[in-house]
Design a protein around this ligand. Sequence first.
Ligand SMILES: NC(=O)c1ccc[n+]([C@@H]2O[C@H](COP(=O)([O-])OP(=O)(O)OC[C@H]3O[C@@H](n4cnc5c(N)ncnc54)[C@H](O)[C@@H]3O)[C@@H](O)[C@H]2O)c1
Length: 319
Amino acid sequence: MTEVAVVGAGLMGHALALVYALGGHAVRLTDSKPETLARAPGLMATALATLREGGEVDASWTSERLARAVQPCATLAEAVKGAALVVEAIVEETAAKRTLYAALAGLMDATAVLASNTSHLDIFPLVPDALQSRTLIAHWYTPPYLVDLVDVVGSPRTDPAAIEFVRATVAAMGKAPVVFQKFVPGYVANRIQAAISQEVYRMIDEGLVTPREVDLSVIHGLALRIPVLGHLAKADFTGLPLVQRSMANKKDAPPPPPPRGNSPTLDKLLAAGHTGVMSGRGFFDWGGRTPEELFRDRDRRLITLKQAMRKMGGPLEGK
Ligand SMILES: NC(=O)c1ccc[n+]([C@@H]2O[C@H](COP(=O)([O-])OP(=O)(O)OC[C@H]3O[C@@H](n4cnc5c(N)ncnc54)[C@H](O)[C@@H]3O)[C@@H](O)[C@H]2O)c1
């Protein structure tokens, strides 16, 4: 059992605290906003109940056991003291991360490892010298208690033992760590997602398709084969001559990315306060249901899918 501090109790932080607790670790969770920290136990308990109902955790995982395994801490110092692993899950902002890492350098135990959950940032230049050899990225996907991939990457200054410590800890929790040799912003999965987003928002911004048409195409077309074949094995099944011909025939290939960064459609939704399920509305209207209800509904479906994936014997893999 490792003592783990999770810093940031937002969308990812509360879920990471749950993941590490389920992995058998003693977790301390903190957030700079008391109201966010106060909301975390309820969100974790709801997720735990869904996992228990779905048979993904055993019945001994009651909310009382969870409350013993995850201790909310009002201060960073209290959370970090004695922790062998500090998981950073605060806002994706360079200045905030830099300030936090400076504070952590003075608070973390001398051998403790810092693992950032950053989605895209190269955090290594933000880290003080004292922490460089013990800092790496361990990037999870939401909801991390159901999505198994963890992108693990250090900088050239990271001690390989620190990388192995985090890889082994995550693997022992039944997750699927992929250790990358070099930091590439967005890793693999987020970069593919970014390429998809680029094209989806272009088609929506240009009024070519509706949000519903996009999601129906993704769900009924793209998605089904991915758990079975990934992307490149699917190319083998398509036949590489056809893959090569589609690459050459640029008719359905996306044009180069536009110079602007923002999607006007997203700008409009955000200006109206439609931030997604947290506000009850994003591209779609979520019918007045609370985030807890919606996460539960999503998680139930993900559990069913994961169990089906296990039943099918995993993906079809070539050598
Ligand atoms: N949302 C996702 O799906 C997702 C997926 C993978 C990785 N990430 C990454 O995880 C990190 C957190 O993302 P999120 O979506 O949970 O954000 P979030 O905004 O939901 O939560 C961030 C939390 O950090 C807190 N915070 C800010 N500064 C702090 C500090 N100095 N000390 C303690 N707490 C502080 C905020 O109060 C907030 O509650 C980001 O780096 C993000 O890129 C997010």
